[in-house]
Design a protein around this ligand. Structure first.
Ligand SMILES: [Zn+2]
Length: 174
């Protein structure tokens, strides 16, 4: 698997496809997750979901602090029991330069599996809970552009149009 991963950019349709559950916990899955963590770090991101590298499978990686020991990998994540709302600014590696305020649950639980298929159950609030929700959105084909308010839509119209134009040029004008 020497193939170099690249970040898929808005409005690539692969970002819109709901991802499928992972059933096989292979060494390749671990390699993929490690490569995603490396790519996330290279771009100074705090999270990266598999659709963002063009793979529509239910996997995301994150690191909320930047410390190597805080690398996290979640397979087949499900968010449950959300409590309270909180608004904060978010960005996305697939939509460079977009920064928008998004309302998310302040605190919630996550059920997932690790790379061996063992169950994970965690509770988080604040920044970690926000990353979970952002990355889980990616697995359902949901983007920041769906979460932003009417004013942000107008403010960022130019930025999104530029990305759409770049995508059209890259893919040969569809
Ligand atoms: Zn994102």
């Amino acid at each position: 698997m020497a193939e170099a991963l690249k970040i898929v950019l808005y409005p690539d349709p692969r970002l819109r496809k709901p991802s499928t559950a992972i059933k096989q916990f292979t060494p390749e899955l671990r390699e993929l997750a490690d490569a995603m963590l490396a790519l996330m770090r290279e771009y100074h991101g705090v999270g990266l979901a598999a659709p963002q590298i063009g793979k529509n499978i239910r996997l995301f990686v994150m690191n909320a602090t930047g410390k190597p020991e805080d690398d996290k990998i979640y397979v087949n994540p499900v968010l449950i029991e959300a409590e309270d709302d909180d608004e904060a600014e978010e960005g996305c590696l697939s939509i460079p330069e977009l920064r928008v305020k998004v309302v998310r649950a302040k605190r919630l639980q996550l059920d997932a599996q690790d790379l061996e298929g063992k169950p994970i159950h965690e509770v988080a609030d604040g920044f970690v809970a926000r990353i979970w929700q952002h990355e889980a959105d990616h697995l359902n084909g949901v983007l920041l552009t769906d979460r932003m308010g009417a004013v942000a839509k107008i403010t960022n119209r130019g930025l999104l149009k530029d990305l759409e134009e770049q995508y059209r040029r890259k893919t040969g004008g569809k």
